[in-house]
Design a protein around this ligand. Structure first.
Ligand code: ATP
Ligand code: MG
Ligand code: MG
Ligand code: MG
Length: 475
């Protein structure tokens, strides 16, 4: 059986043998790009190469890129724990052509890698193309022999890729693997494009052709280019013949660690399984984000990290932890992944301290907040109502540190929603008060303890922290 690690190096070697330069993963904090919250795809570090603004010594590249999809345009936070295939943190394998090869070669490489190099069964693979991309459909059929009935056509939402609201974009062609009926939703309509885990997208080949400006206008790129992305965890699921990313060797270790720590068994009880998956995933995101220089805070990137950590803390509570546990699972992640990402080693103690501090602070208010929320739910149920009032959501947010999406997540299972307009009104009233009473510099976002930690733990070449407030607004 091939390990995740072997698959990662096989991919890079395959493309190296075909003239691609292997480039290291860039940081999760996008370099000099305020339009992007976190690095969400392999192509991010090459954005200017696609736009023709930057020339490099190579026109073909391949990477294994750390990605985070939480907040921002590609947001998978809500999917984590519920699907077998979505993470907030994952690794994306990619090959890139900067004005060199285009559709024909990209499709040929992808198909050769999957069906020859990795030996995947063609009868379980499907492909998609953008609505009117006959060229790509013909290449799949005529050049690679994929039967027409296995080639699907989808519109903008699925088959036109963009990294954000602006920047490089273009039609794309995705490759799907049939995980088998046991994994699916069982609906007679279930097919490629269904939201369930049966037909799993493994690889996206983007034919970069445009630059989208803020007003939505598409300007052709100087040269058409190729950007591809394949989730390492997903292709590993396929090759290891398991049903979920969490059963691959890439995540099985962290799950086992959580089993041991909690004394609960994965696979024994559905709610616990969700909690274990959330903790496993969020521990990875937390460790990597902090190692790359993000700190939990009340705004921007730091707030997305805080939301991830508080979701994890709540699931830890549900699993029965009454003491901080995430700093231990984050440490496990760093120890087990430092081979591929050596930056984790030197920052290990620092990251564990930051996680522990954030956890300890939140644990102090979590129980009380949950009690208030549960009382509210019970009261509303009696009254036959299903909406949590804005003032309650605000109080949980303001006094107990519950991010709004956390509150929504907690009550969703019981069919409750939040009065968001009411919450916004409370927020606005508070902002108004703050404007009247306080003239802050913004530096307060980093509390004293974090400032101390960063002074202790930072090597001078580590430039991440300076960018704490260099982010695009979340909405
Ligand atoms: P999906 O439709 O399954 O959400 P996507 O179309 O949003 O995937 P792309 O933006 O095309 O994904 O990213 C390229 C590849 O990265 C995907 O084909 C998939 O293998 C992987 N990938 C995307 N999102 C995630 C995620 N949240 N967790 C793990 N892997 C992912
Ligand atoms: Mg997606
Ligand atoms: Mg998709
Ligand atoms: Mg896709």
């Amino acid at each position: 059986m091939m390990t995740g690690k072997e698959i990662r190096s096989r991919f890079l070697k395959f493309f190296e043998d075909r003239g691609h330069t292997i480039v290291a993963s860039s940081s999760l904090i996008p370099h000099n790009d305020p339009t992007l919250l976190f690095t969400n795809a392999g192509m991010n570090q090459f954005k200017d190469c696609f736009l023709g603004k930057e020339k490099r010594a190579y026109v073909r590249a391949a990477t294994s890129q750390k990605c985070v999809r939480a907040g921002g345009k590609h947001n998978d936070l809500e999917n984590v724990g519920r699907t077998a295939r979505h993470h907030t943190f994952f690794e994306m394998l990619g090959n890139f052509s900067f004005g060199d090869y285009f559709k024909k070669e990209a499709i040929a490489y992808a198909w050769e890698f999957l069906t020859v190099d990795l030996g995947l069964d063609k009868s379980r693979l499907y492909v998609t193309v953008f609505t009117d991309d006959d060229e790509a459909a013909d290449i799949w059929h005529e050049q690679e022999g994929v039967p027409r009935e296995r080639i699907y056509r989808f519109g903008e939402k699925d088959n036109f890729w963009s990294m954000g609201d602006t920047g490089p974009c273009g039609p794309c062609s995705e490759i799907f693997w049939d995980n088998g009926p046991e994994v699916g939703c069982g609906s007679p309509d279930c097919a490629v494009g269904c939201d369930c885990d049966r037909y799993m997208e493994i690889w996206n080949n983007v034919f970069m052709q445009f630059d989208r400006s803020a007003d939505g206008k598409l300007t052709p790129l100087p040269k058409p280019a190729v950007d591809t992305g394949m989730g390492l965890e997903r292709i590993t699921t396929v090759l290891q013949g398991v049903k979920s990313n969490y059963d691959t060797d890439l995540l099985r270790g962290i799950i086992a660690f959580i089993e041991e720590l909690s004394g609960k068994r994965y696979g024994a009880q559905a709610d616990n399984d969700v909690s274990m998956r959330v903790i496993a995933d969020h521990s990875r995101a937390t460790a990597f984000l902090i190692a790359d220089g993000v700190l939990p805070s009340n705004e921007g990137r730091g707030y997305v990290l805080r939301r991830i950590m508080r979701r994890a803390a709540r699931h830890a509570k549900m699993l029965g932890f009454n003491e901080p546990a995430l700093y231990r699972s984050a440490r496990y992640v760093m120890e087990s992944m430092s081979g591929a990402y050596p930056e984790l080693i030197e920052r290990m103690d620092y990251v564990a301290k930051v996680v522990r501090n954030e956890e300890e602070r939140f644990i102090l208010t979590l129980d009380n907040g949950l009690r208030i929320l549960n009382d509210e739910v019970a009261k509303l149920k009696k009254a036959g109502q299903k909406v949590i009032p804005g003032e309650v959501v605000f109080r949980l947010y303001d006094t107990f540190g519950f991010p709004v999406d956390l509150t929504a997540d907690i009550v969703e299972g019981e069919g409750f929603t939040l009065d968001e307009a009411g919450f916004e009104a409370c927020m606005e009233a508070q902002r108004q008060k703050a404007r009247e009473h306080w003239k802050g510099s913004g530096e307060e976002a980093v509390s004293g303890i974090y400032r101390q930690l960063r002074e202790q733990g930072v090597a001078s070449e580590f430039s991440g922290y300076g960018k704490l407030t260099d982010y695009a607004p979340i909405k």
